[in-house]
Design a protein around this ligand. Structure first.
Ligand SMILES: [Zn+2]
Length: 169
């Protein structure tokens, strides 16, 4: 499969649909991941104020909205994921650290973006170590994309067990 260029996130004017990936248990795991990013308290003394968390969640939302409207800047904010021609990497920052949000643009849909995984980029190592960690993150996003394809990235089992929170869903 050839990569579709440009990404929907770079194609103005557009308005794509953004769907948050749901695991087989029905948990929108990427929302938990975005929340983890927004609640990062490194460098803060005392607990993070709720107001600050809301501002940060708003910033992450705004990046996703700009992707949906095709307004991201190529390279600086959006890169192809070489492991999979349907995956893209959104680059943002939070609390002074680099954030990566992976989404898919499945080619059988005209304008669907599937939010797969979000995490802080780990940078405390050699380039080789950093790449290795990053590739593990990418495989997790790719796995969600392919595992979810048949069920259109939604939970389709009405009797699904609650998601075990320590599971790699
Ligand atoms: Zn699950």
């Amino acid at each position: 499969m050839k990569r579709r260029y440009p990404s929907l996130a770079l194609s103005k004017p557009s308005e794509s649909i953004w769907r948050d990936y749901e695991c087989v248990h029905g948990r929108e795991v990427i929302l938990d991941e975005l929340e983890t990013i927004a609640t990062d308290a490194e460098g803060w003394t005392g607990p993070l104020p709720q107001k600050e968390i809301e501002v940060r969640l708003g910033e992450l939302d705004a990046v996703i909205e700009r992707a949906r409207f095709g307004e991201l800047v190529e390279g600086e904010e959006l890169k192809p994921v070489s492991a999979d021609p349907e995956l893209w990497e959104i680059r943002a920052r939070m609390n002074g650290k680099q954030v990566r949000i992976y989404h898919a643009e499945p080619q059988i849909y005209v304008n669907l973006m599937v939010g797969l995984r979000a995490h802080f980029k780990w940078v405390d190592g050699t380039q080789g170590e950093i790449d290795k960690v990053q590739n593990t993150e990418i495989s997790r996003a790719t796995k969600r994309f392919h595992d979810g394809q048949e069920r259109e990235w939604r939970c389709v089992d009405p009797e699904a067990e609650p998601c075990p929170l320590d599971s790699p869903c």
